[in-house]
Design a protein around this ligand. Structure first.
Ligand SMILES: [Zn+2]
Ligand SMILES: [Zn+2]
Length: 613
């Protein structure tokens, strides 16, 4: 089956074989879609799997009615209703039925009827009537597999035999048409792949992801919390999490200084007047928070302020606060800038989607001729950081969209500079033609974590717009005023998001160079606590945090508890260690215990904690 063609791609459209035959579509210039786990093939397979699920449900629950069954990222769902409610425990049975139907190798056939005929055909199905209301065409298509028929426009695989690797995942509720005034339907989520292997691999990854969920680990390791009483979507950092974050900040701060960036800092609140100049007031207002501050002493006259959703404006002002010469360029301002952006409460998700976060934000002011070299430097910076954390990554350049500002010549120069900087690295990159912002081209960096998930983190964005809007300039060799180009760039994106990703990437076992707690001491008896404190104090002198677990619990229980904290070193202290200035280290991964001289241990931890990027 592997080399079978299951559809064609014409432009951005996926067309199935049934439609090609019915409409006599010319496939000379179309790209064939083979039966495999490519994105386009999965689109057809997963959508068809939604219908297979409907067919299976119809056999088990003959009164079932179906609304819509689209694909979503990583799978599909179908909204439906049955008189006997379907719950998670029924999914196994439905899945079994699906597999049986797939094995029957029903051809999936397509035919057309007029809309009036369809309305008549589905007259007892109020959900299909809703679907028909949304279709503007006079002719609609119906797909048939076995004796099951469903209204749909495709695309579908040609036969149910292609749908053997399916998995139903969960039952949820969904309002008809997404409107809370309407009735609640049952939504069943599932996924499908071409091959058994891909499905198994995906399910294994999901299982692993669940174990690594940063929300669960954040709680267990006491790193951060959220409190609705304080503010939804605004993280509260607990001591260990704040230490983890501080370690990351320290590392990145010095990495910026070493690369000749200038630290700067702008205010959290800026007059709305500023957001009007930048355009955010008109284009980004619904994502911003506002407040008022009195203008005069009696407080009679109040003025509106916007809480910053980005750090750019103060940086532009810092550039413009005095006359700049070409000799100063490029100027690189950086700030760990805390920003607020409104997110609807439904989309908030642990540290990954929050309303307050801190970006590793920088703005580089340079001449158009300097773009390439600056971008090369940023990409090199990105590479150093990602390698240190063990991430693979991919890059994509987005070019000029139809609606844009700025001169052709500068756009071309900037885009070429970005491309040359990427070429210089000698690695492949994607191109999103026309996907840039209206004010300049950009490069996005997507990282892949330890279990193969991809995350969008860093970005480098060329901007011709803000320098113009705030009328900043520098004086060139001929003593003429020139407009600088501005590069916005972030490498980790935000500390919140990056820490969420790191937590899942490392499954909470942070490497020593960023770990909040480098070791936990477990003294066997009271008499050993003093010695543990002594080592702890020596390490504190070096800014290194450790903990001592000296509760009344049994030794084994304390060791287990220490290991649950996922620290690199659990250090057991007994008579022998105290007498001979030793430490006994338990290696969690190797399940071994080994001894070391106290001095050597301190040196080792110091060395592992001292990292320069
Ligand atoms: Zn369909
Ligand atoms: Zn910016």
């Amino acid at each position: 089956m592997n080399n079978d063609i299951i559809g064609y791609k014409t432009g951005d459209n996926i067309v199935d074989l049934q439609t090609i035959e019915a409409k006599n579509i010319d496939i000379n210039n179309a790209i064939p879609i083979y039966f495999n786990d490519s994105e386009d093939a999965l689109e057809i397979i997963r959508h068809s799997a939604a219908h297979l699920m409907a067919q299976a449900i119809k056999e088990i629950y003959p009164d079932a009615k179906f609304y819509v069954g689209p694909t979503v990222e990583n799978g599909f769902y179908y909204d439906l209703k049955t008189s006997t409610p379907i719950t998670d425990k029924d999914l196994k049975g439905i899945e079994k039925k699906m597999k049986a139907l797939a094995k029957k190798k029903f051809p999936i056939e397509r035919y057309e009827v007029t809309k009036a005929e369809a309305v008549e055909k589905f007259k007892n199905d109020e959900l299909k009537q809703e679907v028909l209301k949304m279709i503007p065409d006079d002719v609609v298509s119906i797909y048939k597999q076995g004796d099951f028929e469903d209204l749909c426009r495709g695309p579908h695989v040609p036969n149910t035999k292609y749908l053997q690797n399916v998995k139903l995942q969960k039952v949820a509720g969904a309002y008809l048409g997404g409107d809370s005034k309407n009735e609640m339907l049952t939504r069943i989520y599932g996924t499908a792949f071409a091959t058994k292997d891909s499905l198994a691999k995906y399910l294994k990854m999901l299982e692993e992801a669940l174990k690594r969920d940063h929300r669960k680990l954040g709680r267990e390791l006491e790193l951060w919390m959220f409190d609705e009483d304080v503010a939804p979507g605004m993280p509260i950092w607990l001591p260990r999490g704040a230490m983890l974050r501080a370690n990351l900040e320290k590392l990145l701060f010095s990495a910026h200084i070493r690369r000749n960036y200038e630290p700067v800092r702008g205010p959290e609140l800026l007059r709305s007047y500023m957001w009007k100049i930048s355009g955010h007031y008109y284009n980004y207002k619904e994502n911003m928070y506002f407040t008022e501050i009195e203008r005069d002493e009696e407080g009679k006259e109040a003025e509106e302020y916007g809480i910053k959703p980005m750090n750019c404006l103060a940086h532009v002002k810092i550039f413009g606060h005095k006359t700049r010469s070409y000799k100063e360029l490029p100027l690189r301002f950086f700030e760990f800038g805390t920003v607020h952006r409104h997110e609807k409460s439904g989309v908030l998700h642990g540290l990954l989607r929050v309303r307050e976060f801190t970006q590793d934000d920088a703005h580089i002011f340079c001449t158009p001729n300097q773009i390439e070299e600056e971008v090369i430097k940023v990409l090199d910076f990105v590479d150093t950081i990602m390698q240190k954390f063990g991430f693979n990554y991919e890059m994509e350049i987005s070019t000029r969209p139809e609606k844009s500002i700025g001169e052709d010549e500068i756009w071309e120069k900037a885009t070429e500079s970005l491309k040359r900087a990427l070429d210089n690295l000698g690695r492949s990159y994607g191109v999103d033609e026309g996907g840039g912002a209206f004010y300049g081209p950009k490069i996005d960096i997507k990282i892949t974590d330890a279990i193969g998930r991809k995350w969008q983190c860093g970005t480098i964005q060329v901007d011709f717009n803000l320098p113009e809007r705030f009328d900043v300039s520098y004086v060139d060799e001929e003593n003429e005023r020139k407009r600088p180009v501005m590069l916005h760039r972030a490498i980790i994106g935000s500390f919140e998001r990056f820490i969420a990703i790191l937590t899942e990437h490392y499954a909470g076992e942070f490497p020593t160079f960023i770990a909040p707690i480098k070791a936990i001491f477990v003294p066997i008896a009271e008499s050993h606590i003093e010695y543990a404190k002594e080592i702890q104090k020596e390490l504190l002198e070096e800014d290194i945090k450790t903990e001592i677990l000296a509760s009344n619990d049994s030794l084994n229980k304390r060791i287990r508890n220490a290991e649950k904290q996922r620290v690199g070193y659990v250090v057991v202290i007994g008579d022998e260690e105290v007498e001979n200035s030793l430490v006994a280290i338990r290696d969690r991964k190797k399940r071994e215990q080994y001894k070391m001289k106290k001095g050597e241990f301190i040196e080792m931890i110091k060395k592992l904690s001292e990292v320069k990027l």
